[in-house]
Design a binder for this molecule. Structure first.
Ligand code: FES
Length: 137
């Protein structure tokens, strides 16, 4: 890899955590990057409103793989509300930064995680959409 990647990025790229998918996920989120065409999918298992387990599959660059791996580590064990607050910046910070031209790669991981949580709420009820104060119509 070219210079500018932190040791943590390289380590997660070489040994990605939580790779794969579940037979019966409670929520699924997929996100694509229209610029480079890379794709990522996140599966979550939920118990007592917490992310009990999480898996990802990424068809993308090394930074996308490292950020996916990191986002699964950050989200595991968190409540759905806490996990929804994980931002692209959090993921990049936990990896000790990404080269500026690679920051867009961290979008995939955080966005796919957020979509998986929203998918869970859509299928099982709950989430901010059910809060009447937050309804816009
Ligand atoms: Fe596509 Fe990194 S180049 S996600």
């Amino acid at each position: 890899m070219s210079p500018g990647y932190s040791e943590k990025v390289l380590e997660h790229f070489r040994n990605p955590r939580n790779v794969g998918k579940f037979e019966n996920p409670d929520g699924v989120g997929a996100e694509g990057n229209p610029v480079c065409g890379d794709l990522m999918e996140i599966h979550i298992l939920v118990e007592d409103n917490r992310i009990k387990d999480i898996r990802f599959q990424t068809f993308g660059c090394g930074s996308a793989i490292a950020t996916s791996s990191m986002v699964t580590e950050l989200a595991k064990g968190k409540t759905l509300e806490e996990a929804l607050e994980i931002t692209r910046q959090d993921v990049a910070d936990e990896l000790d930064g990404l080269p500026p031209q690679k920051m867009h790669c961290s979008n995939l991981a955080a966005d796919a995680l957020h979509k998986a949580i929203e998918d869970y709420w859509k299928k099982h009820g709950g989430g901010p959409a059910e809060d009447p104060k937050k309804k816009t119509d």
